[in-house]
Design a protein around this ligand. Structure first.
Ligand code: PLP
Length: 400
């Protein structure tokens, strides 16, 4: 008799975005003439930039020649990309490190990282939160180990330090779903906490490229001491429109160490390397060449222009909502706008109202955790026309 992993039974029935997709499909089926504007799921809409496309064409052609053909590549990623990451993402910020593992995206990395941690860690996860951190801990039997750090309006959506001793802390800034960023001073408090408590911070910087303000860290390693206590996840998905191409990376400095039960120190890098070489055969060569092209002169320019457009959409959405009388957060260092539902509606009530009366799809805040209740997330990843149209429709709702 095959036994299942019963931890899976502890999970919510379906992933948040599958529930939304089902609701939207149902509404569209019953209202085929309505034009629905989807500002729900955080997926990009702009085509891949020409510099990246050219790099992929070149790599594809290479693969068709006996000199250029590649079979299995290094599990950790090709040297050309790892070097480009070190130079462009870290050296430019004055950070010296080279412990990069290239992957097929941050979702897998954030999810798989649980495997190199022991059973009895106390795990702090912010709430509301990108659901992957919670679900993957539940899948691995750690539901009871999770403590939630409320992310509240009164604290400008920056969590307070854990009030009890925790071993692992998940942080994501700029944040999904709130769209809010963390200052260097506030992040330093978490790094100091981790140093003092021998904890490890899992820092998700998937939205780093959207930072526009000064004093917001682009990498946790900008904070003194972080190289001893932080693992950082990054992705080309939102930065360069790679949601369909799939490429990201995780940084695990050799100085980040965990403990054995008997108190010996072990490099987390070593464990992740062991896991990677056993379970992963590398990101496709063509895709790694595509990621490398993100750092070319042309690539940088083209990608910057796309991000600027998305941030312009965020501004249109945010300012439009404020004009319409909403209380709104995010959208400055992030493609996400986090709005307070009007008239004390629940997140799902306002989701339904938006879908039915404005034909606009958002993401209910409560889907990201209990402290997301009473909020809704809109993304700036649509087109400018759709962002304007969506706001015009929302303005007609007359919320007060
Ligand atoms: N981390 C956060 C906070 C995200 O919001 C997302 C995607 O929406 C990811 C990671 C996943 O990124 P990737 O496409 O690289 O798997």
């Amino acid at each position: 008799m095959a036994k299942i992993n019963e931890n899976y039974l502890e999970l919510e029935d379906s992933y948040l975005f599958s529930t939304i997709a089902k609701k939207v499909a149902e509404y569209q089926k019953n209202n085929p003439d309505k034009k629905i504007i989807k500002l729900g799921i955080g997926d990009v809409t702009k085509p891949i930039v020409p510099a990246v496309i050219q790099a992929m064409h070149k790599a594809v052609d290479e693969m068709g020649t006996s000199e250029g053909f590649r079979g299995y590549g290094p599990e950790q990623g090709y040297e050309f990309l790892r070097k480009a990451i070190v130079e462009n993402e870290y050296k430019d910020l004055g950070i010296e490190l080279d412990e990069i593992f290239v992957s097929d995206g941050a979702k897998c990395d954030c999810g798989n990282i649980v495997e190199i941690f022991g059973e009895d860690n106390k795990i702090a996860i912010t709430d509301p939160v990108y659901p992957v951190y919670v679900d993957t801990n539940i899948m691995s039997g750690k539901k009871k180990n999770i403590v939630y750090l409320p992310v509240l309006e009164k604290n400008n959506f920056v969590p307070e330090l854990p009030t009890e001793k925790v071993d692992i802390i998940y942080l994501c800034f700029p944040n999904n779903p709130t769209g809010m960023a963390i200052s260097k001073q506030n992040l330093k408090k978490f790094v100091d906490y981790a140093i003092e408590n021998k904890s490890i911070i899992l820092y998700d910087a998937a939205y780093e490229a959207f930072i526009t303000e000064e004093n917001i860290p682009h990498s946790i390693y900008e904070i003194e001491g972080a190289k001893e206590v932080a693992i950082e996840f990054k992705s080309y998905s939102k930065t360069a429109g790679f949601t369909g191409l799939r490429c990201g990376y995780v940084v695990i400095p050799k100085s980040v160490k965990g403990y054995t039960k008997s108190g010996d120190l072990v490099e987390m890098n070593k464990l992740w390397n062991r896991r990677t070489t056993t379970k992963f055969n590398g990101t496709a060569y063509v895709i790694q060449r595509a990621a490398e092209a993100v750092y070319s002169e042309e690539g940088r320019k083209q990608i910057k222009a796309n991000i600027k457009d998305y941030l312009e959409n965020a501004k249109i959405i945010k300012e439009g909502l404020i004009e319409a009388g909403f209380t709104v957060y995010g959208g400055i260092n992030s493609p996400y706008v986090w709005l307070k539902t009007p008239n004390n509606m629940t997140s799902w009530e306002f989701f339904d109202e938006l879908l039915e009366k404005a034909n606009v799809v958002g993401t209910p805040g409560s889907g990201f955790g209990v402290f997301g209740e009473g909020f809704l997330r809109l993304t700036a990843f649509g087109t400018k026309e759709n962002s304007i149209e969506a706001i015009n429709r929302i303005k007609q709702l007359k919320i007060n």
